[in-house]
Design a protein around this ligand. Structure first.
Ligand code: UFG
Length: 360
């Protein structure tokens, strides 16, 4: 057998079959692109409640490969069982979930059901169909008001809203699962503040209605959808009085998932791990506005308003565990994040399809 043929065969053996829930969403779609680009096989299940079917076309446009797609809610056990029966998955990456802090306060039933039952369904099916590894999308929100920054993974839980509580309960549930089912390994990745977009500008963040988060609000002001940015408070104990966060490029974040998959593959006895994904650097609201204007040449008019309820002064990650265990660290700086966020917004002024239905 010649060398190139044996290399090809070896590569094929290493192809992973990965179920990605919520793969049409912001972080999910960027992760699917990275997985497909490196040759893994991806199956997306998404109910499109906060995303668009067009995302699948866009993923194909970027990668030249079309992931299999199923329209279903992850809480739907029988729909999910059909998917598990059809594929022999090596991994699950579980992004699907409801994620708006304010909405979670108004609709705790929705959040507890969507965010907890979905994980329960996945674990039931993983146990039944012998799938041993899952990466769970957690969030820095589980820390609430941190005692100290940078925040390390062993900091106490202190979520301040139902959304954060569902993330915390999922982590506790998954830890209990790994104790009872030693074959199952879990990595919970706690994201800090993902922004940016794929460098092609073909996929990006497409919030419904008025954006809750800072970067999509800034890009919507820049494109003219909104008149001005409201800066929520300038009397925090930070260098300029505005809130400081750990913004991370979504492509770096996506690559963190690949590193976590590789870690579990190499360490099947890993059992249960919690790992921060951030850059380890904090920038204020005004730092972000200034950098965005510098790289795009667009002034962002803003007005200082009252603090938003529940906002904290400063939040950034200790990223040493991700570096030590996964060999991963974020590469893109704030300028690049701003540049890529703007490329996405300017190429897609109304997001994926403006007023069209999400199922299109
Ligand atoms: N901000 C504004 N104006 C806006 C939006 C935000 O001034 O229109 C400020 C906030 O006060 C904060 C910073 O910009 O200081 C970042 O706010 P985001 O809403 O973008 O992000 P948060 O840090 O509040 O929350 C994000 C996610 C949550 C997640 C949390 C984890 O949105 O889902 O990080 O720390 F739980």
């Amino acid at each position: 057998m010649n060398n190139s043929k044996s290399t090809l065969q070896r590569k094929r053996v290493n192809i992973l079959k990965i179920l990605v829930t919520g793969g049409a969403g912001f972080i999910g779609s960027h992760t699917v692109v990275e997985l497909l680009d490196r040759g893994d096989q991806v199956v997306i299940v998404d109910d499109l409640s906060n995303s668009h079917l067009k995302v699948v076309d866009r993923i194909e446009k970027i990668t030249g490969k079309r992931p299999d797609f199923f329209l279903a809610n992850i809480c739907d056990f029988s729909a999910m069982e059909k998917v598990f029966k059809q594929y022999d998955f090596d991994f699950v990456i579980h992004f699907a979930g409801s994620k708006a802090v304010g909405e979670s306060v108004e609709k705790p039933l929705l959040y507890y059901r969507n965010n907890l039952e979905s994980t329960w369904v996945l674990i039931e099916l993983m146990a039944k169909y012998n799938v041993k590894s899952i990466i769970f999308s957690s969030s820095a929100t589980v820390y609430g008001q941190p005692d100290a920054v940078p925040i390390i993974e062993t900091s106490p839980y202190s979520p301040t809203n139902p959304y954060g509580e569902t993330k915390m309960i999922n982590e506790l549930f998954l830890k209990d699962v790994t104790a009872a089912y030693p074959d199952i390994s879990v990595i919970c990745l706690r994201y800090f503040n993902p922004i940016g977009a794929h460098e092609s500008g073909i996929i990006g963040e497409d919030p419904q209605g008025i954006p809750n988060n800072l970067m999509p609000f800034i890009t919507q002001v820049a494109i003219g959808i909104r008149e001005e940015l409201f800066v929520f408070g300038n009397n925090f104990d930070t260098h300029d009085g505005t809130g400081v966060r750990d913004y991370i490029h979504v492509v770096d974040l996506a690559k963190g998932h690949l590193a976590a998959v590789d870690y579990l593959k190499a360490n099947p006895d890993a059992s249960f791990l919690i790992i921060n994904l951030g850059t380890g650097r904090g920038y204020s609201v005004l730092d972000l506005v200034k950098t965005f204007s510098e790289v795009t040449g667009i002034e962002i008019p803003y007005r200082i308003t009252e603090r938003r309820a529940g906002d904290i002064a400063t939040c950034y990650a200790d990223v040493s565990l991700a570096k030590d265990l996964l060999g991963w660290e974020a590469k893109f700086d704030l300028k690049r994040m701003c540049k890529d966020s703007w490329r996405w917004q300017s190429q897609n002024p109304k997001g994926y399809c403006g007023n069209c239905s999400q199922k299109e």
